[in-house]
Ligand binder design. Structure first.
Ligand code: F6P
Length: 325
């Protein structure tokens, strides 16, 4: 009689990120190629608790390479944060015969993965979050697509901003991290960026915009990360009152940043990490996250990932004003 094949469970959790689908596809197809069974778990840890399991075959993941979002759907699960929810999730996994679990998600989801690892569950994490705030990887799945989405939006806004001689206040995502806003500031040519990690005052913003006006610029962009501490509405009102030369308009990019077809970079990163995540489980490497370091995908202990805060590189932050001259 044949031994039962190794059974891999995969779920996506937290905020979705473009590239989660290519990662699921890579996990399913690599798992099958290595002789394993792959079970898709719907709705993140919530689905793990509720037993929302279905076997995935190679054809089930056909056509998802180019789709944003996640075919498994995702949730932020309050129940899973409680020991009771975790116990139920483990019971479900054992009942269904899942030998190893792959969790694709952001920092909260990876903390969930670590909680399971500490309870003897074989887990591997894959970093998926547009925020790029996860320690242990140069970049997470979804960041490149989100950055390109922001860049495209600002490029379009620049056309109208220049025509009218206006300043635009653009709000990006990033509740706790300024990475997206800083990088958007560089690739979109902003005057100044407001992020959770720095203390910029409304007066600093007004000075930067007024200076751009006096230097003869035809437009000015200010990028405000959602978690900067100053709301976009507050900032817009203040700029209007302070008379900085340009009239101001506001664009809040919102969840547009989380959608869209993953870029080539994200498809590649997600595929590479998916393959490595399966290989980790099948070779008995647990409690790790796949991380891009240099040119290779390495295994980083989940404990280190969860315990370490990834800081925004201030060199890039300074580059925004340096290049805005
Ligand atoms: O963590 C990803 C993220 O997109 C953050 O940048 C943002 O603040 C948050 O999720 C928004 O979450 P929700 O989709 O629950 O509104």
């Amino acid at each position: 009689m044949n031994a039962k094949p190794y059974t891999i469970g995969v779920l996506t959790s937290g905020g979705d990120a473009p590239g989660m689908n290519p990662c699921i596809r890579a996990i399913v197809r690599t798992g099958l190629a290595r002789g394993a069974r792959v079970i898709g778990i719907s709705n993140g840890f919530e689905g793990l608790i509720n037993g929302e399991f279905r076997p995935l075959g190679a054809r089930d993941v056909g056509g998802i390479l180019l789709r944003g979002g996640t075919m498994l759907q995702t949730r932020r699960s309050a129940a899973f944060r409680e020991p009771r929810g975790q116990r139920e999730a483990i019971r479900r996994m054992n009942e269904y015969g899942i030998d190893g679990l792959i969790v694709i998600g952001g920092d909260g989801s990876l903390a969930g993965a670590l909680a399971l690892h500490k309870q003897e569950i074989n887990v591997v994490g894959v970093p998926g979050s547009i925020d790029n705030d996860i320690w242990g990887t140069n970049i997470s799945i979804g960041v490149d697509t989100a950055m390109n989405t922001i860049m495209d939006a600002v490029d379009k806004l620049r056309d109208t901003a220049s025509s009218h001689g206006r300043a635009f206040l653009v709000e990006t995502m990033g509740r706790g991290s300024g990475y997206l806003a800083v990088m958007a500031g560089i690739v979109s040519g902003a005057e100044i960026v407001l992020i959770p990690e720095t203390q910029v005052t409304i007066q600093d913003v007004a000075n930067a915009v007024e200076s751009a006006y006096k230097r003869g610029k035809t437009h000015a962009f200010i990028i405000n990360a959602e978690g900067s501490g100053i709301t976009t509405a507050e900032l817009a009102g203040a700029l209007e009152d302070l008379d900085v030369g340009f009239k101001t308009r506001v664009t809040i990019l919102g969840h547009i940043q989380r959608g869209g077809s993953p870029t080539a970079y994200d498809r590649l990163l997600a595929s590479r990490m998916g393959v490595k995540a399966v290989d980790a489980l099948l070779s008995g490497t647990f409690g790790v996250m796949t991380g891009l370091k240099g040119r290779g995908i390495e295994y980083v202990p989940l404990e280190e990932v969860v315990d370490t805060k990834r800081e925004v590189n201030m060199e890039y932050y300074d580059m925004v004003s340096l290049l805005a001259r």
